[in-house]
Design a protein around this ligand. Structure first.
Ligand SMILES: NC(=O)c1ccc[n+]([C@@H]2O[C@H](COP(=O)([O-])OP(=O)(O)OC[C@H]3O[C@@H](n4cnc5c(N)ncnc54)[C@H](OP(=O)(O)O)[C@@H]3O)[C@@H](O)[C@H]2O)c1
Length: 288
């Protein structure tokens, strides 16, 4: 598994452990396996060392705003590396599970996005992630790509942890109310991934039959302000929350106004449906 220190990767390291022998790679190589996605030679060396039957890639360049000024790094990590992973895997008969994003869409649709809807990323991050999807699919048929969105958890950098910190530091907070999406707990993504892999009965080659793109987010939808209000309520902290518009909170990268993904292909194929975002949030907040 690649990206062991990320939000999803950290959860995957636990969720995948019961399924078989698991090697966890990080950029710094703390656990002994070091992979820098910007350096294909480190990927090839890791493939030689581990000889995986299945590679789960949770590593990515996820700094959406910084990507606007570092397009080359984002391109190497998000667009080129998935193609290299796909080629190395195809040569060795391994399957690949990879993650992508709602940012491949422009957010202009009036219904939840389906997998086959036209993509039109608005920024560098979304463009590079979209190229990564294509590079991986071009390199190998044995690949599952899960597009997720609005990921949060108790580990890593995310909206939940930022809000909890700011609720303690401030009396009043302004949060964007005109971007709509489905906050998705990193643990749910990891557990769904593990269940899908387990359901493939230890035969990663079956991924070839089912390969392609799947949307994988929590059910339901809210705005960032609605998400913040639910975090506030669940945390028992005190802060005044004010809704603002995207125009009042300019960022280097443009965000889609509508990030809701239709998860029915995932349900029809694997019988899996992630819980409502607010139920998962309550469970996540109950964690010590
Ligand atoms: N976060 C979201 O809201 C969101 C939304 C939609 C889709 N996704 C997708 O979901 C997947 C998992 O995201 P996440 O939220 O878990 O991301 P994350 O918490 O930002 O973790 C990304 C991980 O990738 C690693 N990484 C970055 N550059 C690397 C490089 N050059 N070589 C090796 N590792 C590198 C980072 O390593 P370090 O720890 O060393 O920095 C980090 O551990 C990604 O594919 C992402 O695009 C995320």
């Amino acid at each position: 598994m690649l990206g062991g220190n990320g939000q999803v990767g950290w959860e995957l390291a636990r969720a995948l452990a019961p399924l078989g022998e698991l090697a966890v790679a990080t950029r710094a190589g703390e656990g002994g396996l070091r992979v820098d996605l910007a350096r294909p030679d480190t990927l090839a060396r890791a493939f030689d060392a581990v000889r995986p039957r299945l590679v789960v890639n949770a590593a990515a360049y996820t700094a959406v705003d910084k990507a606007e000024s570092e397009p080359d790094v984002a391109e190497a990590v998000n667009a080129l590396a998935p193609g290299v992973i796909g080629e190395l895997a195809a040569r060795r008969g391994a399957a690949v599970v990879h993650y992508s994003t709602d940012y491949v869409f422009d957010g202009e649709l009036d219904r939840p996005y389906r997998e086959e809807d036209a993509t039109a990323p608005a920024g560098v991050y979304g463009r590079t992630k979209l190229r990564g999807e294509q590079a991986l699919l071009d390199a190998t048929a044995d690949a599952l790509i899960f597009r997720t969105a609005w990921v949060y958890g108790r580990h890593g950098h995310n909206f939940l942890r930022t809000m909890l910190r700011l609720f303690r530091e401030r009396d009043e907070l302004r949060v964007v109310d005109d971007q709509i999406g489905s906050p998705t707990w990193s643990r749910m993504i990891a557990e769904a991934t593990a269940q899908i892999i387990a359901r493939l009965e230890g035969e990663p080659a079956r991924i070839g039959e089912l390969g392609g793109i799947y949307h994988l987010t929590a059910a339901g939808r809210t705005s960032w302000h609605g998400f913040a209000a639910a975090i506030l309520e669940g945390s028992g902290l005190d802060c005044r929350l004010l809704p603002i518009s995207t125009r009042e909170y300019p960022t280097p990268a443009r965000r889609p106004a509508w990030s809701v993904l239709d998860n029915s292909k995932l349900f029809e194929t694997f019988g899996l449906r992630l819980p409502d975002w607010d139920l998962s949030l309550r469970q996540c907040l109950e964690e010590p």
